[in-house]
Design a protein around this ligand. Structure first.
Ligand code: ARG
Length: 568
């Protein structure tokens, strides 16, 4: 059940019967003093009718039917309505996501590294943010089609394949793709003959030369095996079956251009095939073309994205296509979506959304680099995260405090804490901004961090372990009695709302903020409401709330792609 929609409906029904018009503007309360939810729509509705907002707010409170849902309604400030939920209503909430009544087919385009190089920190954001949103969509019953739009067809492959061929490169020499790329580039810059052969190679490759393709496939396989390793370490749900790289559109590029031409949209400009749309103008008002074929006949990144949309919409029948791609590609997607719409590749029923993200920065506020000035390899970053987490566990003397934790369990803890910290630090920031990567902050057990939430989860579990209680035996709904219980229950009940919001807007930081708030409410509850030492009835109630908290924390962290452990 979506609490916000329910409250909005009821309040808007009250608006209706009072002859008012407007949106209830419902949100979760910004502070505990304001109850659990607030409706901020009265002011605008009153203004529209030329009425006094405070009086209108009172009329809404007198009229609205929230019996069994709210236990208290009050006016705040100039006409806000504060809503406090009733314990019997909260008791009906479930901790498992409810599938949508309107399941959609959603294509989620994420990760998409360029295969010429090894994955570096620049690939982290798309990979983990997209993966989280894909999981959330799935949890709500949508059909998710993951798409890894790898860059496997660009001009740099001519150089790489020629270098591979001429040096007789074995898979060993490709183990370090970065190094391999550097050497190839060096040769390319120094040797004019090599440059020429590289250019010819790319043409042969893209026109389907069988020998070239064999070489190319070898390179892609090795390169993908690097990615696969990283996906596995990061717990990313992308498989080979999800890989529809740029090369997979090669055979449809010409058809795509022909199709756009058949819709009367193509204009030749300096020999290139262009689409001119009114919405794209340069700074001084000149028309700005979307080029779909160069004068030499070559196709572009936009052409493959248009071909790609033909597959996603025409083939997969997507209702929504979400692109988790760097904010710097905003114009590219605007243009691709506009051409798709104008040509009929897409239509108004399909939701095409670029979900942009900012850059991960080092402490100097510049893109995160090594001392040599190169982007940090993702594999190295994860190694360091695990090492640091391991040191943290040693410093906290986790094994000393829990002598039965053996080395294997400790190693697993270091892994989920280290990797979890890196992922959470990223997921918890609003994706549209840049953020500063800070080891100390992300590995702290205080604040909005993975270790804090993982620890909160293990605390819920240790209550059951200490009380020797099977949480599965606790199934009866709880009607809270004490305020900390009620407040915890309200947060648990809001889980569904939150997931639906993340599925819609694609902002995982909202899920992080929600879990952080939940863990905070649990800490307060635990401080003020003894669990194991209470009388039977109270104990049962509080244990059930603890179980529900535990389930939501586990579910939420899992959707973020972060591991949990019963003790740490
Ligand atoms: N390979 C691209 C890059 O690294 C990202 C691909 C994004 N997806 C897409 N359909 N264009 O910039």
């Amino acid at each position: 059940m979506n609490i916000r929609s329910l409250l909005s409906e009821r309040i808007e029904a009250a608006f209706d019967s009072l002859g008012l018009q407007g949106d209830a503007l419902l949100q979760t309360a910004s502070r505990p003093e304001f109850g659990d939810y607030q409706s901020n729509g009265v002011m605008a509705a009153a203004k529209r009718g030329g009425l006094n907002p405070k009086e209108v707010a009172q009329q809404v409170i007198d009229t609205v039917d929230l019996k069994g849902i709210a236990k208290d309604l009050s006016i705040a400030g100039p006409g806000f309505i504060n809503i406090t939920l009733a314990p019997e209503f909260i008791a009906t909430a479930s901790t498992t996501p409810t599938p949508s009544d309107n399941p959609q087919c959603v294509v989620v385009d994420y990760s998409g590294p360029n295969l010429a190089k090894e994955m570096h920190v620049g690939h982290l954001r798309s990979t983990i943010i997209g993966d989280c949103v894909a999981r959330v969509l799935e949890s709500l019953g949508h059909k998710v089609i993951r798409q890894n739009h790898v860059g496997d067809w660009g001009t740099q492959f001519g150089m790489l394949l020629t270098f591979m061929d001429e040096t007789g490169a074995s898979s060993d020499s490709l183990a370090d793709l970065e190094q391999f790329y550097r050497s190839a580039k060096q040769r390319f810059d120094d040797d004019a003959g090599f440059q020429e052969r590289s250019r010819r190679a790319v043409v042969e490759l893209q026109s389907g030369d069988p020998d070239m393709l064999v070489q190319w496939q070898k390179f892609i396989d090795i390169s993908m095996s690097h990615c696969r390793e990283l996906y596995e370490r990061l717990g990313i749900g992308l498989t080979d079956a999800d890989m529809d790289g740029e090369s997979s559109y090669n055979d449809d590029l010409k058809n795509t251009v022909d199709f756009i031409a058949s819709q009367g949209l193509l204009t030749e400009s300096d020999g290139a095939q262009c689409v001119f749309l009114d919405e794209f103008k340069s700074k001084n008002g000149d028309p700005l073309p979307v080029i779909v074929q160069k004068s030499d006949g070559g196709f572009l990144y936009s052409t493959s994205d248009l071909a790609c949309l033909r597959r996603r919409i025409g083939g997969f029948k997507a209702d929504r296509v979400l692109y988790f791609v760097d904010a710097r590609q905003a114009l590219h997607f605007k243009q691709v979506f506009a051409v798709a719409l104008a040509s009929g590749i897409s239509d108004a029923n399909v939701d095409l959304v670029h979900m942009p993200f900012g850059t991960m920065l080092g402490k100097d506020n510049k893109p995160f680099k090594t001392r040599q000035g190169e982007l940090v390899k993702l594999a190295d970053l994860l190694d360091e995260a695990i090492n640091r987490a391991n040191q943290l566990l040693i410093d906290r003397d986790v094994q000393g405090k829990n002598p039965d934790i053996d080395d294997a369990e400790l190693a697993r803890l270091a892994e989920i804490i280290g990797i979890g910290a890196v992922k959470y630090a990223d997921l918890s920031k609003n994706r549209t901004s840049d953020y500063v990567f800070d080891w100390d902050q992300m590995l702290s057990f205080d604040g909005n961090t993975a270790p804090y939430l993982q620890y909160a989860y293990s605390r819920t579990r240790s209550i059951f372990a200490r009380g020797n209680i099977d949480p599965d035996s606790l199934t009866a709904p709880v009607i809270s009695v004490d305020e900390p219980e009620r407040r915890l229950g309200v947060a648990i009940a809001g889980y569904q709302d939150l997931l639906e919001q993340v599925a819609q807007d694609g902002y995982p930081h909202q899920l992080c903020a929600y879990l952080y708030d939940l863990a905070g409410r649990f800490a307060q509850f635990y401080e003020q409401c003894p669990v194991l030492t209470s009388d039977d009835e109270t104990k049962l109630r509080r244990l059930t709330l603890t179980k529900q908290t535990s389930e939501v924390l586990e579910s939420g962290l899992t959707l973020l792609g972060i591991g949990v452990a019963p003790r740490m």
